[in-house]
Design a binder for this molecule. Structure first.
Ligand code: F6P
Length: 366
């Protein structure tokens, strides 16, 4: 499809929210209005808005005014909705049905000639199916605070999440030192430990636990006692929610959540109990949770989101569909969405950040 024939573009934000979503929407709309003459329609609540009876809202430079510093997404989002696999409880039983035809009918009813999906791995997987199976042209914009999307060096929202986690570590430091305690901070990071690693480095943590490096509780206890022998009677542990002990598994609060995935959480409290039995210090756990996803995006994330939103408009304008705008080096490039889907960008266990941490004396509990 060429830009001449394109009249109306749809936009949606899907999956867990992330600081910078509004900055992407704003940049896309403003750039598109400057360069092209499309009508832009925003669908509500991610893919849910393709299935429910909500009316998509028209987005103009005027209507997106003032949203740059706002957290969340003005369009709303959902991380349960997949038109290809709609999950419903019928008579106490889970039924999964393919309702993608209904979603496509809604897109066609509104004259959508291309759809911009701002989302993570799961959202990209759904988006590319609409292109492959129904010929709906798709452009993707990568989003996750976890920073674990493949093919892009970084995702917006990550910098803000790291800043929030670093602030929490700074605050835990003073109380840990005063009380001679071990303080555990549990941060997000399902499959990858980027937030734990970067916040742990930035906040001067003593022990960082990430899914990429399974840990030993005995090793961590030995490290804490060793710090004590060196006169440091407190320790800060930063643990990613997806971290797990050698031979063990990540801890979940729900084995299968409403979105079909396990809900992670609880490693901090579990570890506190384990360590309490092994070290002479008192141990406390703090779960940072969704504070990491909320609030105003950092200046870095505002700029990155604005660049990605603008590049997405250019990609649509060039008719370069089936691509996601990605950060590579100092530039932004289009990458095939097919290359992104199902691939997790993990922390390299021998990469320079992990090695920097090790040279600084930080333990990974291994
Ligand atoms: O994928 C981003 C993420 O922040 C994960 O780190 C976390 O496990 C998940 O979202 C939490 O999702 P929910 O808000 O659905 O509990």
């Amino acid at each position: 499809m060429t830009s001449e024939r394109l009249e109306c573009v749809g936009v949606l934000t899907a999956g867990g929210d992330c600081p910078g979503l509004n900055a992407v929407i704003r940049a896309f709309v403003k750039a598109a209005e400057k360069l092209y003459d499309w009508r832009i329609l925003g669908f509500a609540d991610g893919y849910e808005g393709l299935l429910d009876d909500s009316v998509p809202r028209e987005l103009t430079a005027e209507s997106v005014r003032g949203i740059l510093p706002r957290g969340g997404t003005i369009l709303g989002t959902s991380n349960r909705s997949n038109p290809f696999a709609v999950r419903r409880m019928v008579d106490g039983e889970l039924r999964v049905t393919d309702e993608s035809e209904r979603a496509v009918a809604k897109l066609r009813e509104h004259g959508i000639g291309a759809l911009v999906v701002i989302g993570g791995d799961g959202s990209m997987a759904i988006g590319i199916r609409f292109q492959r199976e129904y010929g709906i042209p798709i452009v993707g914009v990568p989003k996750t605070i976890d920073n674990d999307l493949a093919c892009t060096d970084v995702t917006f929202g990550f910098d803000t999440a790291v800043a929030t986690a670093t602030d929490a570590i700074d605050k835990l430091h003073s109380t840990a030192e005063s009380h001679h305690r071990v303080m555990i901070l549990e941060v997000m990071g399902r499959n990858a430990g980027w937030i734990a690693l970067e916040a742990g480095l930035a906040g001067g943590g003593d022990i960082i636990l990430i899914p990429e490096i399974p840990f030993s509780v005995d090793r961590i206890a030995a490290d804490i006692e060793e710090r004590g022998r060196q006169g440091r009677h407190f320790s800060i542990i930063v643990v990613a929610e997806g971290a797990f002990p050698l031979g063990g598994e990540p801890i979940t609060t729900m084995r299968v959540g409403p979105d079909g995935f396990p809900r992670l959480g609880g490693i901090g409290v579990w570890l506190a109990e384990q360590l309490s039995q092994r070290v002479k210090y008192e141990v406390r756990a703090t779960v940072l949770g969704h504070l990491q996803r909320g609030g105003s995006p950092s200046p870095f994330d505002r700029v990155l989101a604005s660049r990605l939103g603008t590049e997405a408009a250019l990609l649509v304008g060039h008719g370069d569909f089936g691509k996601m705008v990605a950060v590579q080096g100092t530039g932004i490039v289009p990458v095939p969405i097919e290359d992104v889907v199902g691939v997790n960008k993990n922390v390299p266990p021998s990469g320079d950040r992990v090695m920097t941490a090790r040279y600084l004396g930080i333990s990974f509990g291994d």
